[in-house]
Design a protein around this ligand. Structure first.
Ligand code: SAJ
Length: 425
């Protein structure tokens, strides 16, 4: 089959390569010409080695061809982003991709939306684009097949995750199954388009609500004086309890965004979803308050934020809690340095090395539990810093080892310890 994949980001590019590995002829297309030319030269910037290998092989083998123009194909897969502006989805990239496909596609073609969109969007946008291109939507196979991969484990999950394939018609769902079965060994479950769209946002909203619960417990446990990590581990010992981990907030391009797709649909019946969002959005403020309690809040207090990515071992900084913490600290007059060994794109300059970030800092704040951070030697860190204060928002460091090196160490949700400065009354 010939397949055109629109949008060569974290989902589109690995999917295109996977299809090529399965023997299809795949045309990769992206409006970002610089990205296309980098890929044309074989340069893959996604940090996951398995993705780099898969894509490099697909490019070198000729199964994946990256082009600056959309190519005619039997199937089109739309993997363009759906960011939000003021909690409303910005569907312009999806609409532009649908319009391009509608102009190009011949009757009988399969048009798959993989981008996460509010329920009802695939049918509305794709069919409208086809009509505007003077074509009859009923002559096309329109489907929504939401991606489910976990960044950090993309290739494995692309191949093995169960997929929900929603067709505008049963024929469209069946055509999607044929295509996805060529590379996905997970279960392929057929449904209609709108159900598939709803399932996708429900999955991510479920995770947001679960993380909010963990974050709420972290705050509560600190007040009660118990360790939330131990509490959650013990509660999860129950066969029907599975609480996620607290943290400095919820980032990434999916989980903080998708709940809005549900709450926008009806703000009156989605109180739980909206409250969970607020709980998670408040976490960066809580972290900043802890930094002030431990390191003081005098202007010029130097803070090293370790980790700019939205989570461990990815190079993606979209919606990262680190950015919010940085903004809040900078507004309050702190001097902030951020170091991340993986992130290349960030709204402001990052420290070139860990040492540069830590030098003369009054507090080191672990924001992301990158593997590369776990071996940091507290004695070496302490020698670089002006004051030995550690704020661990991920419970990733052995607090006792840092205390043995002279640090005052705070762990989010950990058992409270004596503070070096008086708490504000
Ligand atoms: N986080 C916590 N505590 C946890 C787990 C995560 O605070 O216990 C935070 C992370 O640090 C991060 C954010 O939540 O900031 C999101 O990370 P994640 O690992 O939960 O999810 P994503 O955004 O990387 O990927 C999610 C996945 N969705 C679900 O697990 C339901 C993935 O399967 C989806 O494909 C992806 O969203 C997507 O693209 O929709």
């Amino acid at each position: 089959m010939n397949v055109s994949v629109l949008g060569l980001g974290y989902i589109g590019l690995p999917t295109a390569a996977m299809l090529a590995a399965a023997g299809h002829t795949v045309y990769g297309y992206d409006v970002d010409r610089a990205l296309c030319s980098r890929l044309g030269e074989g340069v893959v910037t996604i940090a996951e080695p398995e993705v780099q290998l898969l894509v490099s092989q697909a490019l070198a083998g000729g199964g994946l061809r990256v082009a600056a123009e959309l190519r005619e194909a039997d199937a089109y897969i739309l993997c363009t982003p759906t960011p939000t502006v003021d909690a409303r989805p910005d569907l312009r990239a999806v609409e532009a991709a649908a319009a391009a496909v509608a102009r190009m596609a011949k009757p009988g073609a399969l048009v798959v939306m993989e981008s996460t969109v509010p329920p009802g969007t695939t049918e509305r946008i794709v069919c409208r684009a086809l009509r505007e291109a003077g074509k009859d939507p009923d002559a096309f196979l329109v489907a929504h097949c939401p991606e489910r991969v976990l960044p950090g484990n993309i290739v494995h999950e692309l191949r093995t995750n169960a997929r929900i394939l929603g067709g505008r018609t049963p024929q469209a769902a069946a055509a999607a199954r044929e295509l996805y079965a060529s590379f996905c060994v997970g279960e392929l479950v057929l449904t209609d388009c709108t159900t598939a769209e709803l399932v996708k946002v429900v999955e991510n909203t479920y995770r947001d609500v679960n993380i909010a619960f963990a974050n709420e417990l972290a705050v509560l446990a600190e007040e009660i004086g118990v360790d939330v990590w131990e509490t959650i581990a013990l509660a999860n010992n129950h066969p029907r309890v599975s609480i996620l981990a607290p943290g400095p907030g919820v980032g990434g391009h999916c989980i903080p965004i998708d709940p809005h797709f549900l709450s926008n649909a009806n703000p009156f019946v989605t109180e739980l979803i909206q409250t969970a969002r607020r709980v998670n959005e408040r976490m960066p403020h809580r972290i900043v308050r802890r930094i002030a309690e431990y390191a003081g809040d005098a202007p010029g207090t130097r803070v090293a934020l370790l980790g700019a990515a939205y989570k461990a071992d990815v190079d993606d900084a979209r919606e990262t809690p680190t950015q919010r913490v940085d903004e809040l600290l900078s507004e309050r007059g702190y001097e902030v340095r951020i170091y991340d060994p993986l992130v290349k794109r960030f709204p402001r300059a990052l420290a070139p090395t860990l040492e540069e970030a830590l030098r003369d800092a009054d507090a080191a704040v672990l924001m992301v539990a990158h593997r590369a951070f776990l071996g940091i030697d507290p004695y070496a860190a302490g020698r670089l810093m002006r004051a030995k204060i550690l704020i661990d928002t991920r419970n990733a460091f052995a607090a006792d080892a840092w205390r043995a090196a002279g640090f005052t160490a705070y762990t989010l949700g950990g058992r409270p310890r004596a503070l070096p400065v008086a708490l504000p009354v």
